[in-house]
Design a protein around this ligand. Structure first.
Ligand code: FE2
Ligand code: FE2
Length: 277
């Protein structure tokens, strides 16, 4: 048996690769925020996630995010926050997002839109996770094509142990296609935006964990997190209706991605948990 020459590829060879990534679907309003913050300690104890990433595009009263709410999530140990079509709904986030590298808007927005679409966070043990926020192009406004921009973002993240892509998109077809497009190149592709969890979580043949939609963390008694009477009135009257987040029956919807090898997932476990009242 011939001996393999030792390959020295620097720091990467010495870094651990095992990681558990907890990704939490769109946190909607106060009900979603409270559900997340109440359940997080228990989730940490049970699953010991290396990283926690949260989609926060609906956390401020259902639309957008404020600096104070972002700070509250970071103070709770959230490693990175992804956004989507409601990223800039609260104007006060604009100066904040310019200076907070862990708060991401979709990477395929035009460069003049504030903020950035990727970041790298590092665990205490030295595992690096690249996070990509991206927006679909079908039924959503994003200045650049998702596929080419995500491709570029993944290449630019370079030498990291793991990459998580939050693909914030409306159409299931676009999300499934993104999963296949990135299979074998990233640790996980998780879909967000519809607020309804899908039953297709799996590890694709190339090793990428995939789910079309993680679901939302918010009040299940509403219509995708919004007060149901107001939502129904809007559909019935066909008039503009002021929508507010619902409060009753809060649930946390998330996935736990387990990995032992670089840029590969071993398993993806959906977590659908009723929050304590
Ligand atoms: Fe959302
Ligand atoms: Fe959205």
């Amino acid at each position: 048996m011939s001996e393999q020459p030792a390959v020295d590829d620097g720091a990467t060879a010495r870094r651990p690769t095992a990681a558990k990534i907890l990704f939490v679907g769109d946190v909607v309003g106060g009900a979603g925020r409270r559900a997340l913050l109440r359940l997080l300690p228990e989730l940490r104890e049970r699953h010991d996630p290396t990283f926690v990433v949260v989609n926060g595009e609906n956390i401020a009263g259902g639309l957008g995010i404020t600096p104070k709410l972002a700070e509250e999530l970071f103070a709770a140990g959230i490693d990175a926050i992804t956004l989507g079509n409601h990223a800039y709904h609260r104007r006060e986030i604009i100066p904040y997002i310019e200076n907070e590298p862990r708060l991401l808007r979709p990477v395929n927005y035009v460069h003049t839109q504030p903020g950035r679409g990727t970041c790298i966070v590092e665990s205490a043990s030295g595992v690096r996770l690249g996070v990509v926020s991206a927006s679909g192009n079908l039924f959503l406004r994003a200045g650049h094509p998702a596929f080419s921009e995500v491709d570029r973002a993944v290449r630019e993240l370079g030498d990291v142990e793991h990459i998580l892509v939050d693909f914030h998109a409306e159409a299931t077809s676009e999300k499934v296609a993104m999963g296949w497009y990135l299979d074998g190149r990233v640790t996980a592709v998780v879909g967000t935006h519809t607020h309804v969890p899908t039953a297709d979580a799996r590890v694709l043949p190339g090793g990428t964990a995939y789910i079309t939609d993680v679901g939302m963390t918010g009040a299940r008694a509403g219509v995708i997190g919004v007060d149901r009477d107001k939502a129904i009135t809007g559909f019935v009257t066909q008039m503009h209706t002021h929508l507010e987040p619902a409060a009753a029956d809060p649930w946390l919807m998330a996935v736990l991605i387990e990995s032992s090898q670089r840029l590969r997932a071993d398993a993806i476990l959906p977590l659908l948990i009723a929050a304590p009242a």
